[in-house]
Write a protein that binds this ligand. Structure first.
Ligand code: ADQ
Length: 485
């Protein structure tokens, strides 16, 4: 009889459909600041395709999505944070247009603003969001099979579920934390301890890291499982994680690295409505040519020369502070033989320096400072090379979008970049360098230029890159396996 048990377990895991609740600050297309939005906008869709019921709960920002869609109210209540009572309402989008149910938590006075982060009351905002979401789930007649939280904005949920008196009946729901970026932890002072719903003060140590309340550290301690968005990043954060390395190596036993996928419906060069000409692996040469010509026309660049690009948040983690010097050097040394186009926003000093280059190298260089989703698609489609000189890169999605659109990635060997890009010198398709330095990236740009001169090789690499499968199919199943561990 006992011999049959493993088969029974396998049977159950294959045929048992789970209800999964994702809680996140971002979800594309409702609200996206970076890669977190992409992941939470795609993973649930792919989990649903596997037959499970994945849902997303996020704040109701003042976004286009809120005004352009129809919603029904599924919860009406009040959230108390410190001495203030906020009215909370949870809205469900009626048509399942994203491929999963999306629930928006409207909290008057806290989320009826356009931005996602960066307000002085972010601590209050995200605590209120987490309490409202749990108060709602606490009223359900059934329990979800798993609660999956993403980054520090929802990192207090595993603690609250396990320890707050009002959620005691939910304490056996398994919780999973995915760390998209351990640099940001959401710490705040102990003077805000009274923001929490009542719990036994003997458990305050589960909130503490370095004499502060640290939502990411608390989630690492309290979640049943911890995942990182690539296997290499899991290795790296046991050594360097903005102060959490000790805790992460201590909790290594319950941690797993799962490589992000990409939404191949949103990022499909053949059907992409944001680009001027769709293409597939067979029509890639004419497709890229048309997209490059249009991009170069709009940005006053020379489409007969190789086009290098950078897309992303202009912050230290991405190596953005070095970009101006990298570009000045490359433009000076190439003697007018290359083009560079930047799309990004962030550190204002870096933004100013990147804008400044336009005055010295008009016709060879341009920058769009700001956020522009459609332009990002046009650049992946039209560029020849994409630079990612990151100091830290938990996974990185840009390189995977670049591969899908036949753009050769130039990346630092770190985190998820190391897991997804193989250097041409090792029989691969990308250009890799070891350090985030002006010299290393400059050398890599030189190698890319040499490669560009061999157009037969470039064509072969492009076709190969487009055949690489980075869709969510595999990783979505990996998460299901983790929920069932
Ligand atoms: N100015 C702009 N205009 C338009 N689009 C822009 C833009 N700036 C960035 N983007 C887009 O934002 C996304 C960035 O995703 P990344 O994964 O590269 O980085 P991010 O650091 O935000 O995410 C974190 O979470 C993700 C998801 O887990 C990890 O892959 C990553 O390593 C980790 O740092 C891409 O879709 C990119 O095209």
């Amino acid at each position: 009889m006992l011999n049959h048990l493993p088969n029974l377990k396998q049977f159950l895991s294959e045929y048992y459909f789970m209800e999964i609740i994702h809680l996140s600050a971002e979800c594309y297309p409702v609200a996206k600041v970076g890669g977190l939005g992409d992941v939470v906008g795609a993973l649930p869709k792919y989990q649903n395709k596997l037959g499970h019921v994945a849902k997303v709960v996020m704040p109701a920002y003042n976004s286009k999505f809120l005004y352009e869609n129809e919603f029904e109210t599924v919860y009406d209540g009040w959230v108390k944070v410190a001495s203030t009572n906020y009215q909370a309402r949870i809205l469900r989008e009626k048509t399942n247009k994203l491929g999963f149910d999306i629930f928006l938590v409207h909290i008057a006075g806290l989320f009826d603003r356009e931005g996602v982060y960066g307000y002085s009351d972010d601590t209050e905002r995200f605590i209120a969001f987490q309490i409202a979401a749990l108060d709602w789930i606490a009223q359900w007649e059934h329990r979800p099979d798993v609660v999956h939280v993403h980054d520090h904005h929802t990192g207090l949920i595993p603690f609250m579920l396990g320890n707050c008196n009002q959620y005691r009946h939910l304490s056996q729901i398994p919780t999973v934390l995915t760390i998209h970026n351990a640099q940001y932890q959401g710490q705040f002072g102990w003077d805000k301890l009274h923001y929490f719903p009542p719990f036994d003060l003997i458990n305050t140590n589960k909130l503490d890291w370095d004499n502060a309340i640290n939502p990411l550290a608390s989630a690492i301690k309290c979640a049943w499982r911890v995942t990182t968005v690539s296997p290499s990043y899991l290795e790296e954060i046991s050594h360097v994680a903005n102060g959490l390395e000790g805790l992460l190596s201590q909790e290594r036993g319950k941690s797993i690295g799962v490589l992000n996928g990409i939404d191949t419906e949103v990022w499909n060069p053949q059907k992409d409505k944001m680009i001027v000409k769709g293409f597939n692996a067979r029509t890639i040469e004419s497709g890229k040519k048309a997209n490059k010509e249009e991009l170069c026309r709009v940005f006053n660049l020379d489409s007969t020369k190789p086009l290098f690009t950078f897309i992303g948040r202009l912050v230290g983690e991405k190596g953005a502070d070095l970009l101006p010097d990298i570009f000045y050097n490359a433009l000076a040394q190439s003697d007018g033989e290359i083009n560079i186009l930047v799309l990004g926003s962030g550190d204002s000093h870096v933004e100013d320096r990147l804008n400044e280059i336009t005055h010295h190298y008009a016709g060879r260089y341009n920058a769009y400072i700001g956020y522009n989703e459609a332009l990002s698609h046009q650049i992946y489609a039209g560029a020849d090379f994409l630079l990612m000189p990151s100091r830290v890169e938990p996974c990185g999605l840009n390189q995977m979008y670049a591969l899908r659109y036949g753009t050769i990635p130039i990346v630092r060997r770190i985190g998820g970049l190391k897991d997804t890009v193989i250097d041409i010198g090792d029989g691969g398709f990308g250009i890799c360098h070891d350090q985030t330095s002006v010299w290393d990236v400059g050398h890599a740009i030189g190698r890319a230029y040499e490669l560009y001169l061999d157009q037969d090789k470039v064509k072969e690499i492009r076709r190969y890159m487009m055949s690489i499968d980075h869709s969510w199919d595999n990783s979505a199943q990996q998460y299901i396996d983790i929920y069932q561990m």
